[in-house]
Design a protein around this ligand. Structure first.
Ligand SMILES: NC(=O)c1ccc[n+]([C@@H]2O[C@H](COP(=O)([O-])OP(=O)(O)OC[C@H]3O[C@@H](n4cnc5c(N)ncnc54)[C@H](O)[C@@H]3O)[C@@H](O)[C@H]2O)c1
Length: 114
């Protein structure tokens, strides 16, 4: 594995959807190698748990086609670590969402948008 150039993400928290495989898993590993605490979200619970365990992160079972599950994901990440610095919304749902997403009031930056 390529060595990180630095630990520039030390103390930062990153959320990666689709983090169980492919580009998402590679991103989970890279973010962790640079010091980030990573929250892995995926529909594949077994592979997602393995991904999170590999980097000492948190797995949250999430189907990104569900607005409720996406909000629960970010809530769980924030509750666990008290901050969210990076969001890699990598997983794609091929189902249209019913409502446009905006951050909830409890999330930094969310209150001013509601
Ligand atoms: N691989 C490419 O060449 C390529 C090119 C352009 C865009 N993309 C996009 O990049 C993203 C990742 O691609 P990849 O090749 O790593 O895909 P992949 O299929 O290898 O991995 C996708 C991951 O997302 C998870 N996932 C699928 N549906 C989900 C859902 N509804 N909720 C949560 N997790 C879900 C899967 O379980 C899997 O772990 C996709 O959005 C893809 O459309 C990929």
């Amino acid at each position: 594995m390529q060595q990180p150039v630095c630990r520039r993400l030390e103390g930062r928290v990153a959320v990666v959807t689709g983090g169980a495989g492919g580009i998402g898993l590679a991103t989970v590993r890279r973010l962790a190698s640079e010091g980030a605490t990573v929250v892995v979200a995926d529909v594949d619970r077994e592979a997602g748990t393995s991904s999170a365990d590999e980097v000492g992160g948190l797995f949250v079972g999430t189907d990104v086609s569900s607005d409720v599950e996406v909000e629960r994901l970010y809530r769980a990440a924030y509750d666990a670590y008290g901050r969210i610095d990076v969001a890699f919304n990598n997983a794609v749902s091929h189902l249209p969402t019913t409502t446009p997403y905006s951050p909830p009031a409890w999330m930094p930056g969310g209150a001013s948008r509601t």
